[in-house]
Every structure is written in structure tokens, then in C-alpha cells.
Ligand binder design. Structure first.
Ligand code: RP5
Length: 166
């Protein structure tokens, strides 16, 4: 059963989602990934959103670029939390996607993360944090992850002190 459903608007979005795939795998969270478009396959996108909760999904991650309506359309058809990743698409480098995704009308929220591949990683971490609210083992893994991340910064800092020491 996939706890997280990832939907991207186009195959051209796939590379930006590698961080999301890697992070969910790292935490052992089962997920599925689909390519469906709010504009090109509106019925299939709506059906996915409507059926997801019954199929076991707890959180959606949606990636789209340009007039990025996918996350909003998915959110319109489910009460599951929806995390949106704006794609850094040309010609506006993702500012168009960001505004389309983040400017949801009151009543239908989309938790929008940063654009591009950093957004993929953060979307997955946010999904893990949501799932960890009711999963103590996952919460412990998150704590370990944060500690390892902090330890790396501190190790880099210590190494820098040695490098710049007169
Ligand atoms: C959006 O339009 C997709 O999410 C993609 O980011 C963008 C361009 O799609 P393609 O023309 O590359 O399929 O719907």
C-alpha cells in the first residue's frame, strides 16, 4: 500500500523528483508515482484524487510547471494533505509555477515547497513528518536524520577551522 502518492504533470518533471523518490526510499515509506495532468488528463487526475484515500494514500505530493494547477486540482478532489512542488520551467524559471501553486483560494490549501529538485527533497521530508505524527519509528528516523545533517555541518565547520588556521 502506497502511503504517499506522487503525481507529476509531465514526464519532463521526472528528473526534479529524484530527491523525493530517494528520500522516501531512505525513510522506508512506500509510495507510488504517476504522470497525470490537470489540463491534458483532467478526468484521470480527478479520479486519482477521489480514490486515493480509499487506496491507502495519506499524503499527496504534486509536481507541475507553467500554469501549475495540478496540486490545486488534486486538493479540490480530496481532503488528504497535498504538498506542491513548483517546477522550474521555462520561460519564467518557475515563478509562474510557484504563483499558480501557492496562490490557492481560502478553503483548499496546498503546502507549496521550494521550486525544483530541492523542493522534491523537502516535499518528501514534509510528507514523512506528517506520517511520523502517528508512527513513532518514523519519528525516530527523522530525529536521526536531523542529527546526521547537523553533525555534517559541524564536521565541515571543524575542518574549515583547521584549513584556515594560521
Ligand atoms: C506542466 O507543463 C508539466 O507539469 C510540465 O512542468 C510543463 C510542461 O510540460 P511538457 O510540455 O514538458 O509535457 O503541465
Amino acid at each position: 500500500m502506497s502511503l504517499v502518492t506522487i503525481v507529476m504533470g509531465s514526464r519532463s518533471d521526472l528528473a526534479s523528483l529524484q530527491g523525493a523518490f530517494d528520500t522516501l526510499k531512505q525513510f522506508g515509506v512506500p509510495f507510488r508515482a504517476r504522470i497525470l495532468s490537470a489540463h491534458r488528463t483532467p478526468d484521470e487526475a480527478a479520479d486519482l484524487a477521489k480514490n486515493a484515500a480509499a487506496e491507502g494514500t495519506k499524503v499527496f505530493i504534486c509536481a507541475a510547471g507553467m500554469a501549475a494547477h495540478l496540486a490545486g486540482v488534486i486538493a479540490a478532489h480530496t481532503t488528504l494533505p497535498v504538498i506542491g512542488i513548483p517546477m522550474a520551467s521555462a520561460p519564467f524559471n518557475g515563478l509562474d509555477s510557484l504563483l499558480a501553486m501557492v496562490q490557492m483560494p481560502p478553503g483548499i490549501p496546498v503546502a507549496t515547497v521550494t521550486a525544483g529538485s530541492a523542493g522534491g527533497k523537502n516535499a518528501a521530508l514534509l510528507a514523512v513528518e506528517m506520517l511520523a505524527l502517528s508512527d513513532a519509528a518514523l519519528a525516530a528516523k527523522l530525529k536521526d536524520f536531523r542529527k546526521a545533517q547537523a553533525d555534517k555541518v559541524l564536521a565541515d565547520d571543524a575542518a574549515l577551522q583547521a584549513e584556515v588556521q594560521q
